[in-house]
Design a protein around this ligand. Structure first.
Ligand code: UTP
Length: 291
């Protein structure tokens, strides 16, 4: 097994029920934060972390994702004819971003099942899995932070973030020992614990680095909540057999697959934009929100 993470998998076959009706016929991964689809943010994160090859797991109605990363011949021709070279470069860069292939998850049978579709693509290598609706705004790309830990410990790494108070109950939570600042060796994980039972304030978020033995663990995982094969159940099986690490990510994480999280992320990203931030800030200031 090579010790470098070169491949990344993007499960994007979920039904996106939290974002209906927008996700009725279009993938939630194509929802834009300002003007860029969610999945482009995380593909860019992967590429800037050093990933060379990408597999996107799609489902029904996901052709927009494939089209987005493909060449748009008519659009490019039009932009060239009109002399809009900056826009042309921007559009062309999307299709040049990385080597991307696609496979279908025929039924949305859970995240574990979606990741299992990457078995042939992955082969005998470590690989990353990124959930595009978890957007991480960080100076050092989130996946790069995780890859550094993987390269040191040569074991799977999951991303966590500190969550204050009762909100922890909405996440998978790790029980772990800190082995160096911000790096933890996991003892156990629990899905959505009651606040009083949460073993820590470290919530699992949608970034993982797996070793290929995760596929055997998924094979042995029986369907859990909602008949879905949960990746957390597969990770817990594997945890009995090998070390597993977590990193506390630096940066801000937004759940853009949730309506409120999406709105917050939109405001944060818009405020940071050179071309929009100033006017947008003025507009927000003008709102009389005390009524
Ligand atoms: P979510 O838990 O966000 O589920 O999946 P979802 O179906 O996409 O959205 P909601 O909760 O109904 O609104 C986490 C990630 O796993 C993928 C999703 O696309 C998302 O990136 N996923 C989930 C699959 O690819 N296949 C599945 O069967 C389930």
């Amino acid at each position: 097994m090579t010790n470098k993470v070169r491949k990344a998998v993007f499960p994007a076959a979920g039904l996106g029920t939290r974002f209906l009706p927008a996700t009725k016929a279009s993938p939630k991964e194509m929802l834009p934060l300002v003007d860029k689809p969610l999945i482009q943010y995380s593909v860019e994160e992967a590429v800037s972390s050093g990933i060379e090859s990408i597999l996107i797991i799609t489902g029904r109605d996901k052709s927009a994702i494939e089209n987005h990363f493909d060449i748009s011949f008519e659009l490019e021709q039009l932009l060239q004819e009109k002399g809009k070279s900056e826009m042309f470069d921007q559009v062309r860069a999307i299709s040049d971003i990385a080597k991307i292939s696609y496979t279908r998850q025929k039924q949305a049978l859970g995240l574990g099942h979606a990741i299992y579709q990457a078995k042939d693509f992955v082969g005998n290598e470590p690989f990353a899995a990124l959930l595009a609706d978890d957007v991480v705004d960080a100076e050092r790309p989130a996946l790069r932070q995780m890859m550094d830990v993987f390269e040191k410990y040569q074991a799977p790494v999951i991303a966590t973030m500190q969550v204050e108070g009762e909100a922890i109950s909405r996440f998978g939570v790790i029980d772990a020992d800190e082995v160096e600042p911000g790096v933890f060796r996991i003892k156990d994980m629990v899905e959505k614990p009651a606040f009083a039972d949460a073993p820590s304030d470290l919530a699992i978020i949608g970034r993982y680095i797996f070793t290929p033995d995760i596929f055997q663990a998924i094979e042995q995982t029986t369907p859990g909540a909602g008949g879905e094969i949960q990746i957390t159940d597969a990770m817990r099986l594997l945890l009995k057999e090998r070390p597993f690490y977590a990193v506390k990510l630096e940066g801000a994480r937004h759940d853009a697959g949730d309506k409120l999280g999406f709105l917050i992320a939109t405001v944060e990203y818009a405020l940071k934009r050179d071309d929009l931030g100033g006017e947008f800030r003025e507009y927000l200031r003008s709102l009389n929100l005390d009524d």
